[in-house]
Ligand binder design. Structure first.
Ligand code: GLU
Length: 510
């Protein structure tokens, strides 16, 4: 690539960032890093009606959590600051006027009521109203009114907008790095508003193109929902005379519902019990939404899963570090068709990352949960217990159920298990096992296993009966890892205490 790669993630702060948005940011980031380029964060907040307080902070925190680093932009600064469009207000009018002067745009004075009436009129006639070449010379615009009239209206403070003068019946030919060559006839497009005097702000289209140009963006990588805007954007580059430095475009496939049809929405998440947002969100009016982070997902697992929703490495590999994603990422391996989200796969990814965590990492994550349950223990033991059971866990929050008996002696017993094993000869055998255990000095897993195993064999007892009875005493239920993992972990004294407790407190079943 000859040109310096400069990509931008340009969200509008209209609510929590959807996981589809995070994926867009991620692909931009991977592309930037792959090509030694820059990743820019621009906040597109020119639509004051849809602005939601807290959304920008949420976006920034989400990117940070995912490990998506910003080189330039909101919160970081850079040579093209400011990067928040509301702070760039003064920039855009000049460009709108430039288009008017060049005959690519015009003033329109229609009020909201007038436009509404036109829409209703068309509807009544079974048509849809389009503001385009068929009407722009008949309505109150600078194409129909005299120059003096236009100036007079502006001078007396009438509200106006600037609209793009979409050419009539021209085929715009475009190239998309994912979709290939695309053609659209301009007669199907309307005259989009570029600037509004009411709030002295540009609309998305104008601000987006002007900023991509000024910020020297080389590649625009964004969601498929922006593909219909591409012809207008191409024409805007032409109208400004910026085609030489126009960025290349890549429109990413949609994230689809688990059932296939349609875009993945918050409602799907609520219905099926999975988050569609990276972080927990509380709206200014108090509504909340689940987030991957608070639901116990590891950021690495979330990012890994997202990377593969729409991109494939061309191999069987499924687990990737961020660096591996950077090294392997290319836009020609991004699919054209929508990527179906599978909640079970998200869990699977989390489990894979869980299984690969070291005892030390697990200890840090598990300690707060232990504390919540009133367990004070060393990091060594917290990590060890988690390490023994991690293969059966998908989330850190699964660990308490899986390991609580390591830290807390049972005081009640699983009924099914007790009925099955706390009867017949087993209580008497447990007393015998107690004596064997009491005689062992080296309580390591290996030694205890060797001594108790040899004793069972010598006596000709049933291994299963003995082990399950011992399990009832030490764990209180039929769950847990190998019995000697438990004995080694809790130690001799605690083992004997738990056996005695069972012997004293539970009457054998018959
Ligand atoms: N502000 C737009 C959004 O919210 C940006 C689209 C684009 O990347 O051009 O997605």
């Amino acid at each position: 690539m000859s040109r310096e790669v400069r990509v931008r993630f340009a969200p509008s702060p209209t609510g929590p960032l959807h996981m589809g948005g995070v994926r867009t940011a991620l692909y931009n980031y991977l592309f930037a890093r792959r090509h030694g380029g820059k990743m820019i964060l621009r906040i597109e907040d020119t639509d004051s009606q849809r602005f939601v307080p807290g959304a920008e902070e949420y976006i920034i925190e989400s990117l940070k959590w995912c490990g998506i680093e910003i080189d330039e932009g909101v919160g970081v600064g850079g040579p093209h600051a400011p990067y928040r469009q509301s702070e760039r207000k003064e920039i855009y009018l000049k460009y709108a006027k430039q288009l008017i002067d060049a005959g690519w745009a015009y003033y329109a004075f229609d009020s909201a009521e007038e436009l509404d009436a036109l829409r209703k009129e068309a509807e009544a006639a079974g048509q849809t109203f389009a503001y385009n070449y068929t009407v722009r010379e008949k309505l109150a615009t600078s194409l129909s009114l005299s120059k003096e009239e236009v100036e007079a209206r502006i001078a007396r403070g009438d509200q106006w907008v600037v609209r793009f003068k979409m050419p009539e019946n021209e085929v715009v030919e475009m190239d998309d790095l994912i979709r290939g060559h695309v053609k659209v006839n301009t007669s199907t497009l309307d005259d989009k508003v570029l600037y509004k005097s009411a709030d002295a702000l540009p609309t998305y289209h104008l601000a987006n193109i002007v900023d991509d140009h000024l910020m020297e963006i080389s590649h625009v990588i964004r969601g498929e929902e922006w593909l219909p805007s591409l012809p207008l954007h191409y024409l805007l580059y032409r109208a400004f005379g910026w085609t030489d430095t126009q960025p290349e475009f890549a429109h990413l496939p949609l994230l689809l519902k688990p059932t296939g049809g349609g875009k993945l929405s918050k409602r799907d998440g609520d219905k099926m019990g999975f988050p569609v947002f990276p972080l927990f969100w509380t709206s200014p009016t108090g509504e909340t939404a689940h987030g991957y982070r608070e639901d116990g997902y590891f950021a690495e697992a979330f990012v890994n899963m997202l990377a593969l929703l729409g991109w494939n490495p061309g191999t069987e590999q499924e687990l990737f570090t961020m660096q591996e994603l950077i090294d392997g990422f290319s836009l020609d391996r991004v699919s054209k068709s929508g990527a179906r989200f599978q909640p079970d796969k998200a869990k699977w990814f989390n489990a894979q990352y869980m299984h690969r965590k070291t005892d030390e990492e697990l200890a840090t994550l598990f300690q707060p949960i232990l504390k919540e349950h009133g367990v004070e223990t060393t990091d060594y033991l917290a990590g060890k217990a988690a390490g023994i059971m991690k293969e059966r866990a998908s989330f850190i929050t699964d660990l308490w159920d899986l390991t609580s008996y390591f830290f807390v002696a049972p005081t009640s017993y699983d009924e099914k298990q007790a009925k099955k094993y706390w009867k017949g000869e087993n209580p008497a055998r447990l007393k015998e096992v107690r004596e064997v255990l009491a005689s062992i000095d080296d309580f390591s897993l290996e030694n205890t296993e060797a001594v108790v195993g040899a004793w069972i064999q010598e006596k000709g007892y049933g291994m299963g009966q003995i082990m399950n009875t011992l399990r009832l005493a030490l764990v209180g239920a039929g769950k847990g890892p190998g019995m000697y993992d438990v004995t080694a972990f809790i130690g001799k004294e605690e083992c004997l205490k738990r056996i005695d407790f069972l012997l004293e407190n539970l009457k054998p079943m018959e």
